[in-house]
Write a protein that binds this ligand. Structure first.
Ligand code: UP5
Ligand code: MG
Length: 215
């Protein structure tokens, strides 16, 4: 904040964006159905879907200077340093006219969570948590067969370990704040989406619009 009594125009618009932007984090183990359910949420509720894993993959594909490093983290099922992921998310949010976001697969650890809160300065409206047993997760990933570098039994074990050790504590943190909507993700895609719809129906129907729409 500036030292003067009134915010500058930039500070004013940043504050406005923070107030009008809606963020929902979508978390759950590898293969729990985040990427399957998010497009349905987009279609039904008009959110913008940002998948942190896909943004990182786009960095790898673009041959950026961080690409090789990100690829190695992914192969090992490790969490990419927060500053990289948060920057990619922040850029995507700034470039989007739609200011209602579902952020898929992030934050994956406490460091991610703190970095997002400190840099983007937006707290999630709620956290959608796809709860699914380990055996089902492994089965789904092995059946996926889309050529992902991390969809092999060795990396799946590492991804699950990271999920239980680092991501579950983040979910527990938000649960302690009363922000988690837990969904039994072991059922069919349609049954899961019925519960997803109920979770979003609880969102306050405030007219939240992007900054470009009112300027
Ligand atoms: N499927 C889905 N729902 C089903 C259902 N109800 N019944 C039966 N089958 C169902 O689904 C997986 C498979 O299951 C699909 O074949 C689907 O048809 C079927 P999907 O919707 O793809 O599950 P999802 O939860 O999206 O699984 P994904 O493997 O994408 O999750 P991850 O969280 O592991 O992957 P992500 O892409 O987010 O991250 C990959 C890596 O990137 C991480 O390991 C990490 O190295 C890195 N990363 C970071 O470092 N930081 C980040 O912030 C994000 C990623
Ligand atoms: Mg996914």
């Amino acid at each position: 904040m500036a030292t003067s009594e009134f915010p500058t125009q930039k500070e004013g618009s940043e504050a406005f964006l923070q107030e009008t932007t809606v963020v929902v984090f979508v978390l759950g183990g590898p293969g729990s159905g985040k990427g399957t359910q998010c497009p349905k949420i987009v279609e039904h509720f008009g959110f913008r879907h940002l998948c942190a894993g896909d943004l990182l993959q786009a960095e790898i594909d673009s041959g950026s200077e961080n690409g090789t490093m990100i690829q190695n983290f992914k192969k090992e099922g490790k969490i990419v340093p927060s500053e990289i992921t948060v920057k990619l998310l922040q850029q995507a949010m700034q470039q989007s006219d739609n200011k209602r976001f579902i952020i898929d697969g992030f934050p994956r650890n406490e460091e991610n969570r703190a970095a997002f809160e400190n840099i983007v300065r937006i707290k999630p409206e709620f956290v959608l948590f796809f709860d699914c047993p380990e055996e089902e997760l492994t089965k789904r990933i092995l059946n996926r067969k889309q050529g992902r570098v991390d969809d092999n039994i060795e990396t799946i074990g590492k991804r699950l370990k990271v999920y239980f050790e680092s991501t579950l504590p983040v979910i527990n943190y938000y649960n302690s704040k009363g922000k988690v909507q837990k969904i039994d993700a072991q059922r069919s895609i349609e049954e899961v989406f019925e519960d997803v719809k109920s979770a979003f129906a609880k969102l306050k129907p405030v007219a939240r619009v992007g900054i470009n729409e009112i300027m």
